[in-house]
Design a protein around this ligand. Structure first.
Ligand code: PLP
Length: 406
């Protein structure tokens, strides 16, 4: 009997490379191995042409000018370059940055670093559905505010922030607007110039491209934005990011962008149907809760809490067959509940019992059906073993219980 393939529903962590992407990359490891900065021979010219072409493919995907794309090693670096680079470049204008509690660690930790270096940072709360209240954002802007950084779509819940409204507020107050759009680019339309975003981070490996290559969009006109380089060296990428370009990676990134442009709409339509099916079926189980605003959400993501079940334990019941992420243990071996879900007001118990399902281009209907069954069995199994579930079924009000003191 053919063994069952492990079902991958963790595409928000990383996506597999599209075979068409790998194919275009291969020559750049071998016969076209040049350094894009070598100006004196064919190898260099070929590499430079390939990078130029990828820059064009990527700029088309996001409705930008080629010169507005700065290649980096990924979204972590792009976020660091955007925040630290703007903070340094615009130091004379002010030192206040506004961001969200639900941002990715690459934003939050860069902000913490900046706080040690003279920045004042406001971490805005989100509402229970994960969306920000734009009135609260506007109220947080002060005369010394230089930057607002708000992610386009959340990696844990898929919740999409009201980018246009945020941009309008930033425009009104003359504040720069950065977005970590890593989870949105290539999956929904993300045109920073059209929206009014001045800097935008994204990465190839979340859109079926290779790992280790990303980009920062930096607006070149109205306004012309500059960031202080965070690495000193040869002055590549218009002086904003030194270092020999990852030519094969960039070529793959370009191809991934081209495919995304062609297939985004059909992928989204197919995946939202599969996601809705998964969510509907799992929500039929008792005591479940879908986390995040379902009307402003990425088409391939669903985050569900299975009450009275511990997410990590639940995952163990099916992780031989289905790969997902749980709302705990995101970092290292700690069993801390997801700070994103906690920021949305979920209690520790609900945050701990949550599972994130993120579908992708290569997810099939059969895989979703199999996953539904495996997860359902896992939840039932965990609940059968759980004294808390038994108490709940016996009608005990769990909120009234006095657990013994530690
Ligand atoms: C994955 C991710 C990152 C980090 O991207 P890398 O390219 O792996 O550094 C940053 N922000 C968000 C929202 C992400 O999902």
């Amino acid at each position: 009997m053919e063994s069952r393939r492990l079902i991958y529903l963790d595409n928000n962590s990383t996506t597999p490379c599209d075979p068409r992407v790998v194919e275009t990359m291969v020559p750049y490891f071998f016969e076209k191995h040049g350094n894009a900065a070598s100006r004196s021979h064919q190898f260099g010219w070929e590499a430079e042409d390939a990078v130029d072409y990828a820059r064009e493919q990527i700029s088309k995907l996001i409705g930008a000018d080629e010169k507005e794309i700065i290649f980096t090693s990924g979204a972590t670096e792009s976020n660091n370059l955007a925040l630290k680079g703007v903070f340094e470049m615009y130091a004379k204008k002010g030192n206040h940055i506004i961001t969200l509690e639900t941002e990715h660690k690459a934003i939050l930790d860069a902000c913490k670093y900046l706080e040690k270096h003279g920045a004042e940072v406001t971490y805005l709360k989100v509402e229970e559905d994960g969306l920000i209240d734009t009135a609260k954002l506007e109220a947080a802007i002060k005369p010394n505010t230089v930057l607002v950084s708000v992610m386009w779509a959340n990696n844990e819940t898929g919740v999409i922030q009201p980018m246009r409204e945020i941009a309008q507020i930033c425009e009104k107050h003359g504040v720069l607007f950065h977005s970590d759009a890593t989870q949105a680019v290539g999956k929904i339309i993300t045109h920073p110039r059209e929206i009014g975003i001045h800097l935008m981070s994204f990465t190839a490996h979340k859109m079926y491209g290779p790992k280790g290559v990303g980009a920062l969009y930096v607006s070149r006109k109205n306004p012309r934005v500059k960031v202080t380089a965070q690495m000193d060296g040869g002055g590549h990428e218009r002086g904003m990011r030194s270092g020999t370009l990852n030519v094969p990676g960039i070529v793959g990134f370009g191809k991934a962008a081209e495919i995304a442009m062609q297939e985004m709409a059909s992928d989204a339509a197919r995946l939202s149907k599969l996601r809705d099916h998964l969510e509907t079926e799992l929500s039929k189980m008792e005591e479940t809760k879908v986390n995040g605003n379902v009307n402003s959400r990425m088409p391939h993501v669903c985050n569900i809490s299975f009450k009275h079940v511990e997410g990590e334990g639940l995952m163990m019941t099916f992780n031989q067959n289905v790969a997902v992420s749980s709302g705990s243990a995101c970092t290292s071996a700690s069993l801390e509940p997801s700070y994103v879900l906690v920021a949305m007001g979920l209690g520790d118990d609900l945050a701990h019992s949550s599972i994130r399902f993120s579908l992708g281009r290569f997810t099939t209907e059969k895989e979703v059906d199999d996953a539904i069954e495996l997860v359902r069995n896992g939840v039932n199994h965990m609940r059968e073993l759980s004294p808390i579930w038994e108490m709940y079924k016996d009608g005990v009000d769990l909120t009234k219980i006095e657990w013994s003191a530690h």
